[in-house]
Design a protein around this ligand. Structure first.
Ligand code: SF4
Length: 366
């Protein structure tokens, strides 16, 4: 497939669009007409923008790319987590996951419909519980490819999404420029208009980028994939810890919290690796320092990886220690929501199936 030679119209902010139109001799109000067509009416071509002069539609088509994501496959049903496998313009595959309204999603009661978005094709960070990094990193998603996952999933599912988590394929903060651009389109009234309090960015712990995110004017929520409360344990699970150790990471988190931003710790409980009482006490200490909530996620088996889920009693004991320290922590129970650790698996299955003899997947619904 050909690479894009023109910038995508859906990667521009309202201000950038206004500036472009000004140089083309067009009035400023045309910019808002265009964003309404893109994000409110969701048209699929410049030609459909019927209240723009034909000459402007032609000019936009000359300068900008207008592309859409293609949904290749959907797994799951309307009342459970649904995974959407999406093909990009260059043939790369990514996953977006739609999570139905749930009484206990990501540590909080929620009646919101949530989408889990990808930000990169593959991932370079190699967290040992995650399938996304198994084939390495291929490229960053552009801003429009991040935003378009929401539009594609809403179109395919008929659902209205009002909560976003960046926990899909890729490390969002390793693609910070495109992420910030996409966040603006997702958040602003002229775009998809989803409030910053309903947008959570998850990171493996890129300390310098956490500081940059803290300096943004909009207060997005930040989830840290911690998974180990000492350097020794965390480095076994998260190779990034060798670059940004806990001291460096927690100092960046201090900076984030000082700017009145909320932090959540994600902690996948892995049998015999990070589920000891000692780790629970240390974890509680870090959480108290940052007033962070903790979301405990029992490990989800990943094909090709060797770890397993601790017994239920061990999970409960770990949880109890955190509560003894006065820390707000939730232990996820619903199996259908064990998606954070499973992101990347669908893409791997399909990518491998495409290079191997085809086998019918009985769970596929389209
Ligand atoms: S958990 Fe996130 S950062 Fe870690 S390998 Fe998976 S996609 Fe990359």
């Amino acid at each position: 497939m050909r690479p894009p030679v023109k910038p995508s119209i859906k990667s521009l902010s309202l201000d950038e669009l206004t500036a472009h139109l000004k140089t083309a001799g067009q009035p400023a109000y045309r910019a808002r007409q265009i964003t309404d067509w893109l994000y409110k009416k969701r048209v699929t071509s410049f030609d459909a923008m019927s209240d723009l002069p034909q000459s402007l539609r032609d000019q936009l088509g000359d300068v900008f790319e207008f592309r859409q994501l293609e949904t290749v496959r959907v797994l799951g049903s309307a009342d459970t987590t649904r995974k959407f496998l999406v093909r990009l313009y260059d043939g790369s595959l990514i996953e977006s996951v739609l999570i139905p309204a749930s009484p206990a999603l990501y540590g909080e009661r929620s009646d919101r419909r949530t989408i889990c978005l990808s930000t990169q094709v593959g991932c370079a960070y190699g967290c040992r519980f995650c399938a996304s990094g198994l084939d390495g990193w291929k490229r960053n998603l552009m801003a429009d490819e991040i935003v378009d996952q929401i539009i594609a999933v809403e179109r395919e599912s008929g659902e209205h999404i009002d909560n976003i988590v960046f926990m899909g394929m890729g490390e969002p903060l390793a693609n910070l420029e495109n992420l910030l651009r996409a966040l603006q389109i997702i958040n602003q009234p002229w775009g998809l208009e989803i409030g910053a309090r309903h947008i959570t960015i998850s990171t493996s712990g890129l300390a310098p980028q956490i500081r940059k995110l803290a300096e943004q004017p909009t207060q997005f929520r930040l989830a840290i994939s911690l998974h180990g409360a000492t350097d020794e344990v965390r480095s076994q699970i998260m190779p990034v810890n060798r670059k940004y150790n806990l001291e460096t990471l927690l100092a960046a988190c201090d900076y984030y919290v000082q700017r009145k931003r909320r932090i959540l710790f994600e902690y996948i409980l892995i049998d015999g690796i990070n589920d000891t009482d000692e780790q629970a006490h240390q974890l509680a200490k870090h959480a108290r320092r940052l007033s962070a909530k903790i979301n405990l996620i029992p490990y989800n088996d990943v094909e090709g990886l060797e770890w397993s889920r601790p017994p239920r009693e061990r999970q409960e004991q770990f949880h109890a220690i955190l509560r003894q320290h006065g820390v707000v922590a939730t232990l996820r129970r619903e199996k259908g929501h064990d998606i954070a650790a499973a992101c990347g698996q669908l893409r791997l299955q399909v990518a491998r199936a495409e290079t191997a003899p085809v086998k019918q997947d009985p769970a596929a619904v389209s």
